[in-house]
Ligand binder design. Structure first.
Ligand code: HSE
Length: 414
C-alpha cells in the first residue's frame, strides 16, 4: 500500500480524491500497489465530508510522515505551493502537480531538485487538462526535432470565444458561465489576459527545446479587446478568432514565441476546436503534424491526468522518469518586434476613402474587408507579411493622419 497526500481540495483536488477513491481497484491493478490518500491539506473546513479523517491544515504533518511517498499539489499559485513542493522533493517525496504557474515559473529549478533527490516531478495536467501532451512529447515524439507547437491552450477563453461566435453572447455572460462550470482560474484575469495560455506554451517550449522559457519574455495578449465586430470581420474573411499560443524554433537558435488572439482560416483543424476543448498541434521533423484534442479544463478531465501521474510515480518509486530541461534566459527568445506576420485592422475615419488611400501607403498588400451592418465611418483590412515593428510604426502613422485604429489582430499561418 502506497500512502499519498493531496494538497488543495478545490475543483481539481476534490476531483483527484474522487477519481482515486472511485477507481481504487483498477488503479491498484495498474499501479501494482494499492494507493491510499493519507492526508488532504486545505486551510478550509469541509463539514460532513466523507474524508473528514484525512483533512489537515498543517503541511508539517505531510512532510514529517515518511510513509507518504507521493504528494499531489493542486493548490495553484506560487505561494505556498513552491515552498511546499520544493520541500517535498528535497525530502525524497515525488510530486505531481497541475499547477501551470508553478511549472512555468519554477520548472527548471524543481526538475533539478527532483533529479538531485532521485524522485519524480510530473505535471501532465499542467497543459491541456485531460489531454495527454507532456508524456507524448517527452516519450512518443522524442525522436523528433520539434519545428513548431501551436494551438488553443486555454479552455475558458475558447469557451467565451465560441459563445461569442456561435451565439453572439456578450463577453461577461460567457465568462460567468465558464466560472460556474469550474473552467476558469481563481482569478479569471489569468485566463482572459492570456497568462494561463502563456504558462502552458512556456512549459511545452521548455520541454521541446530543453531550456526554460520564462513567461515574462513572451509577448502575451488576451481576448479582452475582442469585440463582436471583430468576430464578424473574421467570418467575412473566412475564419474565426482564437486565442493561440505558438512557438517555433528559428535558425538562429532562438524561439519565436507568442500568445495572442489570431484569425484562423476556417479550414484549419484548430479553427474547429470549440467550447472548453483545447487543440495542440505539434509539428515534428519526422512525424509531420500531430494534433492533440480534448477537454482542456474541468474537474474530472484534469483530475484524470493528475491521477495518471500518481500511478506513474508509484510505478517508478525508485527510478526517475526522464523529464528535464535546463535553465534559460531572455537571450533564448526572439524579440517580438523582430517577428514577421500579417494582421487584420479595424479602423474608423471621417473620410474612409481618403483613409484607405493613406493605409495603402503605410501597410503592405492591403486587402479590404466588408461586413453587414458596419457603421459608415468604419473600415477594415488585412495586410501582407510585415515585421512586427513595421506594423506598429504603420499603426502610429495612420493614427497621426486622423485614422482611429479600433482593433488589430494577427493572422495565423496555421
Ligand atoms: N483555467 C484553465 C483553462 C484551466 O481554462 O484552460 C485549465 O488549465
Amino acid at each position: 500500500m502506497i500512502q499519498i497526500a493531496v494538497m488543495g481540495y478545490g475543483v481539481v483536488g476534490s476531483g483527484v480524491v474522487e477519481v482515486i477513491t472511485s477507481h481504487d481497484e483498477s488503479i491498484a491493478s495498474r499501479a501494482k500497489e494499492k494507493i491510499n490518500i493519507k492526508y488532504i491539506l486545505d486551510i478550509r473546513d469541509f463539514p460532513g465530508s466523507p474524508f473528514a479523517d484525512k483533512f489537515t491544515k498543517n503541511f508539517e504533518d505531510i512532510i514529517g510522515d515518511d510513509e507518504v511517498k507521493v504528494v499531489v499539489e493542486v493548490m495553484g499559485g506560487i505561494n505556498p505551493a513552491y515552498d511546499f513542493v520544493k520541500r517535498c522533493l528535497e525530502s525524497g517525496k515525488s510530486v505531481v502537480t497541475s499547477n501551470k504557474e508553478l511549472v512555468a515559473k519554477k520548472g527548471a529549478e524543481l526538475l533539478n531538485i527532483a533529479k538531485g533527490n532521485n524522485v519524480n516531478f510530473l505535471f501532465e495536467a499542467s497543459v491541456g487538462g485531460g489531454i495527454p501532451i507532456i508524456r507524448p512529447m517527452s516519450q512518443c515524439l522524442a525522436a523528433n526535432d520539434v519545428i513548431e507547437i501551436a494551438g488553443i491552450l486555454n479552455g475558458t477563453t475558447n469557451f467565451i470565444l465560441t459563445k461569442m461566435i456561435d451565439e453572439q453572447m456578450p463577453f461577461d455572460d460567457a465568462l460567468k458561465m465558464a466560472q460556474e462550470l469550474g473552467y476558469a482560474e481563481r482569478n479569471p484575469k489569468a485566463d482572459v489576459e492570456g497568462d494561463d495560455a502563456c504558462r502552458k506554451i512556456c512549459i511545452l517550449a521548455s520541454l521541446a527545446y530543453g531550456k526554460h522559457i520564462y513567461p515574462e519574455y513572451v509577448n502575451t495578449k488576451g481576448i479582452t479587446d475582442i469585440s463582436l465586430d471583430d468576430v464578424l470581420y473574421a467570418e467575412a474573411w473566412g475564419g474565426v478568432v482564437k486565442l493561440i499560443g505558438q512557438v517555433k524554433k528559428l535558425d538562429n537558435g532562438k524561439v519565436d514565441i507568442t500568445v495572442e488572439p489570431m484569425f484562423i482560416e476556417r479550414g484549419s483543424q484548430i479553427a474547429n476546436v470549440n467550447d472548453v476543448f483545447n487543440g495542440i498541434l505539434v509539428r515534428g521533423d519526422s512525424t509531420g503534424d500531430v494534433v492533440f484534442y480534448g477537454k482542456g479544463a474541468g474537474k474530472l478531465p484534469t483530475a484524470s491526468a493528475v491521477v495518471a501521474d500518481v500511478i506513474d510515480c508509484v510505478k517508478h518509486l525508485s527510478a526517475r522518469k526522464y523529464l528535464y530541461w535546463s535553465d534559460g534566459t531572455e537571450a533564448d527568445v526572439e524579440p517580438y518586434c523582430e517577428t514577421v506576420f500579417s494582421v487584420y485592422v479595424r479602423a474608423s475615419a471621417d473620410d474612409t476613402e481618403e483613409a484607405i488611400e493613406k493605409v495603402k501607403g503605410c501597410f503592405a498588400d492591403v486587402k479590404l474587408l466588408t461586413r453587414n451592418g458596419a457603421p459608415q465611418n468604419e473600415f477594415a483590412f488585412t495586410t501582407g507579411n510585415m515585421k512586427s515593428s513595421d506594423i506598429e510604426n504603420a499603426v502610429k502613422a495612420i493614427g497621426e493622419n486622423g485614422i482611429n485604429v479600433l482593433s488589430k489582430i494577427r493572422i495565423s499561418d496555421l
